[in-house]
Structures are given as structure tokens and as C-alpha cells.
Design a binder for this molecule. Structure first.
Ligand code: ZN
Length: 424
């Protein structure tokens, strides 16, 4: 066995922070944490934070069916460059991940990829909201989280049954909260900017009504509901109240919802089209505060690659979605009023726990899995979409200067990123 030491960093994990070297073996475990350690290989972490690898609850890897936009391989390379050691792949692929055979296919692709790929199964067959998918079969293959992401489960009775079923199976339901009847035909946030631009809007209430309903269903069933990519001040307030009432809910926010607003759509550039849409400054601030005070548990990327020719269609014809894996950590460190341990909580151990990923977000200690990222918190860099490892280029942050850069990433004892470069 070959062992490697990460030297000179500040270790930050759920248990606190301390200066220490970290030795891991290529068997995938951490062997020692302490002062002045040596090993046959050395990785420099001077001036850096050594943390458990990041975990993304919301990644679109586009396989099967969307290989023109992304593959499990290219998406996982973008992930490790962003410091992620595990991602949860969303099921809105073609075919959708709504059966054991498609779960097996994506898991097999994940086996060969640079990070751990967890697979979210669909709640309903075809994500059509009509019939429950074979959740037990998919859970038996390792799916711990289920969602119809891209759409919300419209039928309250079916959602109730899905929750009861998920409770029995010990898996988690995640909801893309959107009442179709209110959002149909909309392409951006409904408000001042949609009126000015003449683009049909999606009201905040399209999201909030489903958040409200699912909080009620969490109360009715006693089963945990995870809210995906919350975008409105009203949603954040309802989740805060539900938590205060002791209801089993958790929530994530996507990076773009605390960094961008609907004003960005003013030039009709579809790069800023996303679902749920970019909202008002008030909503953006509420999402940021919700993260800072812990109402929102996790930062997710909602990494949603699209080929350039599709994204360059007129605003109302272009598909929603933007890249996120390579910029999420730096955006959080640059834009949020949160200390580094709080950002890491929202990007590593809390999402790992929500997704049930037992080998990620773990303390940096002997015997634990060697899934680690090394971050230079002071490094500044400028976002260049052409430099992305993703197969797509729909990055809305081109030219933006950010602080905080991933220097090294270790997955299961293998250094997959060294000095900002992916090794395969
Ligand atoms: Zn979604």
C-alpha cells in the first residue's frame, strides 16, 4: 500500500478545527492525523483548509440520453474540480431513472467516474406524477433519495402515498416545489422585470403553495420531506416555521439563488434562465439569510448542462438550467456572510446526511474514509467557461472574480485533483 500525507493545512470538519497533517492510504482510509507526519508521497496544503469532500444533493449528469450536454464522466470531473467527492444524480434523464435497470446503468457509469455518484430515483413512473415508481427495487440497489425533479408531484394524495412508502423503506423524498397550473407558460420570475421585458412569469406562489402543502403532508405522515432549490422569501419563512414546529423537513438552496436576481434576464440572455427562476433581491437576501441561520441546511448546485445551440435559442424556447459544480464553493465563500466551517457544513456533512451517504462528510480522523478536499480560501480567480471540465458552457458567471479555490481533491484514497488539475 502507498500512503500519502497532506501537510501544513488547517483541518476543518464537524468536530472543529486544528492544525494537523493527514495521512491516507490508497486503500481509501485515513491512517493518521497529527503533527509532523510523513509518508511516501506528499501533498502540500500550506495556507489551505483540509476538509471532508463536498457533497452535491442536486446534479444533472444527463446520462442516459443527454450525452451531448454531459456524461457521468465529464460531470464527475467538473465535480472533483469543484471539491465534490460525491454527487446525487437527478433522475430526469432519457429514459428517466424510474426503474431498477436504469439505476443499474447509471451506477455502473458512476463506478468508473472520478467521484462517488449516488443515484436519485424518480418518485413516479416517467416522472409523470401518475403512478408510483418501483421505489423498493431501486432502494434495494442503493437509491436513498427519490424525486421527480424538473417537476413537482402535483397530486397531493399520490405524494401522501409516496411519503408513507418512503417512510416504510427508510428512504428520503425530495421535492421540486412547483404547482404546474401556476407556472405553465412562464419563463422567468413574475414581477417587475417580467412585466418590463414582456416575458411570461412564474409567480413565487407556484413554489410556495407546494412547499406549504408538503409541510402539511410531512405533518400528516410524519415522514421527512426535503425541499429542493428553494428560491423565494416565502418558502424560506415557511420552512423556518415548520422546523420551529418540530416537523421533519430539510431544505437546500442553489448557488444561483443567492448570487443572481431576475434583473439578470434584462438582456434576454437565456444563460440566466433557470427553474425555479432567479427571483428578486428580497428573495435572494432571504435565501442567503436562510443559509446563514441554518433554516436552509444545504447549498446545492443544480448543475444543469445544456449544449450551446440549445441554450442560444430565444429566451422562451431555451431550456432552463446553468452550470454550477466548479463555481459553487467559491461563490459561497465570496458572496455569503458565513464563516468557512458554516459553508462546509452546508456543502459537506449536512448534505451527506440528508442523502444518506455514510462515507462522505465524515470527520477527518483515522479509520474514516479518505474523501477530502483541500481549499485555498484566499486564492482569487476569474471564471472562464471555456476552461470548464463540463461538456457544456452555460455558465452565467463568466468573467466574475471569485475568492476561494479548490487545490486538491481526494476520493477513496486517490488524489483525483492536484494543484487544480484533474489527474484523469
Ligand atoms: Zn428542480
Amino acid at each position: 500500500m502507498t500512503d500519502t500525507v497532506i501537510t501544513g493545512g488547517l483541518v476543518v470538519d464537524e468536530t472543529g478545527e486544528r492544525r494537523a497533517d493527514v495521512v491516507f492510504g490508497d486503500d481509501g482510509t485515513i491512517l493518521a492525523v497529527g503533527d509532523d507526519l510523513s509518508a511516501s508521497r506528499r501533498i502540500d496544503a500550506g495556507g489551505c483548509i483540509v476538509a471532508p469532500g463536498l457533497v452535491d444533493l442536486h446534479t444533472h449528469l444527463r446520462q442516459p440520453g443527454g450525452e451531448e450536454a454531459e456524461t457521468v464522466e465529464t460531470g464527475s470531473r467538473a465535480a472533483v474540480l469543484g471539491g465534490f467527492t460525491a454527487v446525487v444524480a437527478m433522475p430526469n434523464t432519457d429514459p428517466p431513472i424510474d426503474s431498477a435497470s436504469v439505476v443499474r446503468e447509471v451506477l455502473a457509469l458512476g463506478e468508473a467516474s472520478l467521484c462517488d455518484v449516488a443515484v436519485a430515483g424518480a418518485i413516479t413512473i416517467g416522472r409523470k406524477g401518475e403512478t408510483l415508481a418501483p421505489m423498493a427495487e431501486m432502494a434495494a440497489l442503493g437509491c436513498t433519495i427519490f424525486t421527480d425533479d424538473g417537476t413537482g408531484v402535483q397530486d397531493a394524495r399520490l405524494m401522501r402515498r409516496a411519503l408513507e412508502y418512503a417512510g416504510d423503506l427508510g428512504v428520503r423524498l425530495a421535492q421540486h416545489c412547483e404547482v404546474d397550473a401556476l407556472s405553465a407558460g412562464g419563463h422567468m420570475n413574475e414581477g417587475e422585470w417580467s412585466s418590463r421585458l414582456g416575458i411570461p412569469g412564474i409567480p413565487a406562489e407556484a413554489e410556495e403553495l407546494m412547499v406549504m402543502r408538503d409541510i402539511a403532508l410531512a405533518r400528516l405522515t410524519g415522514t421527512h420531506v426535503h425541499f429542493q432549490h428553494l428560491s423565494t422569501a416565502g418558502s424560506v419563512a415557511m420552512v423556518a416555521a415548520a422546523r420551529q414546529a418540530g416537523l421533519p423537513v430539510s431544505a437546500e438552496a442553489a448557488t444561483h439563488h443567492f448570487t443572481l436576481t431576475d434583473e439578470a434576464c434584462a438582456a434576454f440572455d437565456p444563460i440566466f434562465k433557470v427553474n425555479p427562476p432567479l427571483r428578486t433581491p428580497r428573495d435572494r437576501d432571504a435565501v442567503a439569510s436562510g443559509l446563514a441561520d441554518g433554516t436552509i441546511d444545504a447549498i446545492a448546485t443544480d448543475h444543469a448542462p445544456h449544449p450551446t445551440h440549445r441554450k442560444q435559442q430565444p429566451f422562451d424556447e431555451a431550456p432552463p438550467g446553468m452550470l454550477g459544480l466548479e463555481t459553487a464553493l467559491a461563490l459561497a465563500l465570496t458572496e455569503l456572510d458565513m464563516e468557512i466551517p458554516a459553508v462546509l457544513a452546508a456543502m459537506s456533512w449536512r448534505p451527506a446526511r440528508i442523502a444518506g451517504l455514510a462515507r462522505h462528510g465524515r470527520p477527518v480522523a483515522p479509520g474514516e474514509p479518505a474523501n477530502l478536499c483541500v481549499i485555498d480560501p484566499e486564492a482569487t480567480w476569474t471564471v472562464d467557461p471555456e476552461a470548464s471540465a463540463s461538456r457544456s458552457r452555460n455558465n452565467p458567471y463568466a468573467g466574475r472574480e471569485l475568492r476561494g479555490r479548490v487545490r486538491h481533491t481526494v476520493v477513496s484514497g486517490e488524489a483525483v485533483v492536484l494543484d487544480g488539475e484533474a489527474l484523469r
